[in-house]
Design a protein around this ligand. Sequence first.
Ligand SMILES: NC(=O)c1ccc[n+]([C@@H]2O[C@H](COP(=O)([O-])OP(=O)(O)OC[C@H]3O[C@@H](n4cnc5c(N)ncnc54)[C@H](OP(=O)(O)O)[C@@H]3O)[C@@H](O)[C@H]2O)c1
Length: 279
Amino acid sequence: MKIGFIGAGKVGFSLGKYFAEHDVHVSGYYSRNLDSSKEAAIFTKSNYYINLEDIVKESDILFLTVTDSSVPQVYSEILKYDIRGKIIAHCSGAMTSEVFSGISQKGAYGCSIHPICAVNSKETGYQDLSQAYFTIEGEEQGKLAALLKRCGNKTEFLSAEYKIAYHCAAVYASNLVIALYEQASTMLKNCGLSQEFSQKAFLPLFEQNCKNIVKKGTKASLTGPVERGDEETLRKHLSILSPKEKVVYKELSKGLLSLAESKNQERNYEGLHNLLEEG
Ligand SMILES: NC(=O)c1ccc[n+]([C@@H]2O[C@H](COP(=O)([O-])OP(=O)(O)OC[C@H]3O[C@@H](n4cnc5c(N)ncnc54)[C@H](OP(=O)(O)O)[C@@H]3O)[C@@H](O)[C@H]2O)c1
């Protein structure tokens, strides 16, 4: 099974190197810029292609690791060639395999494979992939799951109808947390603390919190004023927040409250409920 990559960016580099390291045959790369294809080929000890037709011909699975917005255009170019029996995959977390319209008439199979991982470097991204879970949506799921299992990854199949909700969930677990951390740093700076202190002081807390969640789950990791039912502290917090900040604080606290209630069923959280529902 030979795997070709169209798009030699962060994910193309990283998946190619990762597969090659697990003795999966990587045919090589075709990218918009020839230099990117050449660099990726050197990095993965594979080939580079100067035209699309050749990589299509020499690959059984084609990963379209281009930006999401380029997937339809690259797919329409691929359709000019003979793709019978081939699997065409993209790695977008938000798009489904429905972007590969008319693929069955061409005798090929379309799917989307999403590594749940922040790949932020061409050079080192592959190292993080061994820990990554993958979702597979579309056709030939079994073959792709077997390929990833061979590399040691956990996979699950995802139905196309859930792809947006799934991607939104990933944003909650990663991107939105960055916004929360940024808010916390800004608040420290506003307390008169230095820039450096404000950016770094919460890192051990942040890191420990992540480790606790990974190890023990969300409920067992819960600490803080909501869990304690400390209405007075929450009231003081709300008194210093802007109206917009209050909305976010209250909504997130409601999420914590429902965790706290299922954790400490003997406690009475009625006061907190009322406070968080106040207009
Ligand atoms: N990065 C992540 O953390 C991550 C995680 C999961 C999934 N994904 C998904 O993985 C895919 C790739 O993302 P990425 O982060 O690797 O993006 P990226 O680093 O921007 O790489 C995309 C590459 O595609 C090439 N390209 C763009 N348009 C092209 C075209 N028309 N024909 C041929 N090559 C083209 C560009 O290559 P040149 O250098 O040749 O211009 C660029 O380097 C996206 O679908 C993304 O949603 C990303």
